[in-house]
Design a binder for this molecule. Sequence first.
Ligand code: ADP
Length: 343
Amino acid sequence: MNNKNTFKPIFFSSLIIFLIMLVSAIISIIINVKFNLVPTLPNNKILWPTINLYIVSLFVGTIISVILVKIILPPIIKISEALMEVAKGNFNIKINQEKHPVKELEKMSHNFNIMMNELNNIETFRSDFIANVSHEFKTPLASIDGYTMLLQDSDLTEEEKNEYIDKILNNTKRLSKLVYTILQISKLENQGIIVEKRNFKLDEQIRQALLFLEPKWTEKNIDLDISLDETTFYGNEELLDQVWVNILDNAIKFTSDKGIISCTLRYSSGWITAIISDTGVGMPEDVQKHIFDKFYQGDKSHSSEGNGLGLALVKRIINLCGGIIDVNSELGKGSTFTIKLPY
Ligand code: ADP
């Protein structure tokens, strides 16, 4: 901010204050004279000193207001200029926080910087999100493109054709799952409460999720250790179903052949607690910290089987239910997910 920028507003605000004071002085003098409020002695002995008083207070008042405007206006102009930059799309702007006699103005600069920090985070998140979505789309699209071109070859055997069609179908499924999950996360993020609630049996729902995933765990010869208390929950059945399917799917995915997955469901003192553990690969602490972030994949060896959105969706659903999800894991030993839901 340069002097030219501050001079104009300070000059105009002082001029306006001067004019207001001048007009009120003139009005006051006219009223005094018209209604004879100041006794007019011979030779205007009282009237003239009164007018002089008006003129002196007019100048003193104007000088004081110029000084005040000069103190108050600069930080306001600074913020106004910074806001103009933000309007142009520049989010990397910060205001130097200087000490100011008006504490509210000092606070205003501080709050502006906090706001810019938040905006910057949102902007980084938005651009990261777009980059991640584009990246997740690119791989299956490239596969579909490649296999479709291969299918155009007329010398293909029936077996090759079927293999390529299978690959195309798998990648189409992957794409539609990705789109569905992104839409669902964004819908749930804009939603403050869960609607369409009803009573349903949680233990039965977990059993159904395990049944749905049966081909996957039987293929890996995984043993199940299940102990589910009969528990009724009031919530959105469809959303909760995705919680169990996602966590159990991960448990199967990250557990090697002949591993064990255990599942318990208990109710005590106002909370329903579900614990799902596996004897799989486990996670180091730095991975555990990020598993609920969107598009985060700690274990890249299975990256093509997921999109890093499953646990972000799970966390959002649990939060909307007023619950808590927690992970405990040890590299090479396994992972335990604990979900607490308010009864
Ligand atoms: P993905 O589609 O990659 O499975 P998720 O959001 O479901 O995405 O999981 C994020 C990451 O959390 C996974 O990439 C993996 O590194 C880690 N993870 C989740 N569940 C487990 C588990 N049971 N065992 C080990 N790692 C897990």
